[in-house]
Write a protein that binds this ligand. Sequence first.
Ligand code: AKB
Length: 317
Amino acid sequence: MKQDTVLIIGANGQIGTALLPQLQHLYGYDRVIATDIRPSLQSTDIFETLDATDAAAIATIVKKYRITQIYHLAAVLSAKGETDPLWAWNLNMQTLLNVLEVARTYQIQKVFVPSSIAAFGEHAPKYETPQSTLLDPATVYGISKVAAENWSVYYHKRYGLDVRSLRYPGVISYQSMPGGGTTDYAVAIYHAAVQGLDFECFLAEDTLLPMIYMNDALRATLELMEAPAHQISVRTSYNLAGMSFTPAQVTASIQTYFPDFKTTYQPDFRQAIADSWPKSIDDSVARHDWGWKPAFDLPKMTHEMITHLTEIYHQVA
Ligand code: AKB
């Protein structure tokens, strides 16, 4: 078992919820410290309530547990960020800078800072969006991700901090709900289908977006974090691809299990956000540098989502 002690900030979020057991498995139960601004749902985890806008509070936890790795997963996502741009900017940037400063000060060995396809904007190629291209995001969330990528490079170059990052596509999971994202429909649609409900989608039926199943997203995260430092050629953030699909395509995929399932379309302000993002991602640099390869396509993911959510709703009923 590995000897690091790992801090997760934002452990109650969509990715944190699924990442926590994987890190506990890898590092040992006692060596993973879960934190979030909201209280823990799992009373058995080692958990501390943490407001990551408070740098001193992060430092206290880092010292208390002798932390050696940090996963900084707390952020306001794209759609929610547009409802209060300055609040979203302040929260995303303050928490990031606190994490980087604490990591530098306490000589943390590795830091994971997620980025997103939201870093891309109008002038990036829409299909097979390359690793290096113009980054002109349309949302405050995207702007904060581009800034975070550049701050990560700065801390790496200036202080030698080993910061690593992935540009996540929309992440689809059954373990917990995302909140405040533009790709969230692709999780909610499965919940509706399994409950026997029709689904009203806030994006148009032909809106093609890059997505990834949680298992792939977690494996990519851990593979990146475990790769030897000399294999990491990208210190902004690696492009990461799983699959791309439209609301109509995921509806058709669900209909192979529930033929009567129906989606109606009522695009709202999130359509413009989705339209500003890539439709597919070129992740060849991640494949080359640390051997990334996704395992889940849409049919395989639909099978898993429906199987797991059926179990969950069955237990609740
Ligand atoms: C969002 O929709 O805001 C996120 C993302 C793509 O980063 N899921």
